[in-house]
Design a protein around this ligand. Structure first.
Ligand SMILES: [Fe+2]
Length: 218
């Protein structure tokens, strides 16, 4: 048996990463004017909301109704286009090898979130849709001494992945995402996630969304 069977063995030729989970993290440029408009609009709606918002995954905090995209302000229309752009580009990437003459209709629900000191969102998924995401409008002034304060964490969908105890590998990852204003994330709706308690001054403002995708019939 050839001795070089070991030396020549390249594991990369035999390895594929199965069950991959697509995640988009896109930082929209020049977002400050848009975010200022969205911030004023959302805080204004919150102050008018006599029913004190909706309870979904939030513990404390305020969530608008899921009709954010029907609000008539121009900044909302730009925001809608940002969602449509990111989702469409992801879909085109996912079908890259399956033909380029396919088109999709997007059905989108969206709602605004305002978290203040102590508010958080429990671990949850977004049922009855395909892709979900969030856009960061304002980070507030989080206490820098509090670890993970106000951060989104996506949980590993491989329930027992951490049974393999090899530190600092793809098998023990925890994934946190900064509330950078202008940042948009998109993931499959079945991915469990949570928002750690915001500790600090001001308002952590985000806009969440759910997308259902319907392929246009040809
Ligand atoms: Fe969520």
């Amino acid at each position: 048996m050839a001795e070089d069977q070991f030396a020549d063995f390249d594991i990369r030729k035999s390895l594929s990463m199965v069950f991959a989970t697509p995640l988009v993290v896109h930082d929209w440029p020049d977002s400050e004017p848009l975010n200022n408009e969205l911030r004023g609009l959302i805080l204004g709606k919150e102050s008018e909301d006599v029913k004190n918002g909706i309870k979904r995954s939030n513990s404390g905090g305020w969530q608008s109704a899921g009709n954010f995209l029907t609000w008539k302000e121009a900044c909302v229309n730009i925001f809608r286009q940002r969602i449509e752009s990111v989702v469409s580009k992801l879909l085109q990437e996912l079908i890259r090898d399956l033909g380029t003459d396919r088109s999709f209709k997007l059905l989108i629900d969206s709602w605004a979130n305002v978290n203040r000191n102590g508010d958080y969102n429990i671990v949850h998924t977004h049922p009855n849709c395909m892709y979900s995401g969030v856009y960061y409008v304002a980070p507030g002034q989080p206490d820098p001494t509090v670890p993970h304060g106000g951060l989104l964490e996506l949980l590993d969908p491989r329930e027992a992945a951490n049974f393999i105890q090899v530190p600092n590998t793809v098998l023990d990852a925890r994934n946190f995402y900064d509330n950078t204003p202008g940042r948009m994330l998109l993931w499959p709706s079945w991915v469990k996630h949570m928002v750690h308690p915001f500790v600090g001054e001001g308002e952590r403002i985000s806009i969440a969304f759910n997308v259902n995708v319907v392929e246009d019939s040809r």
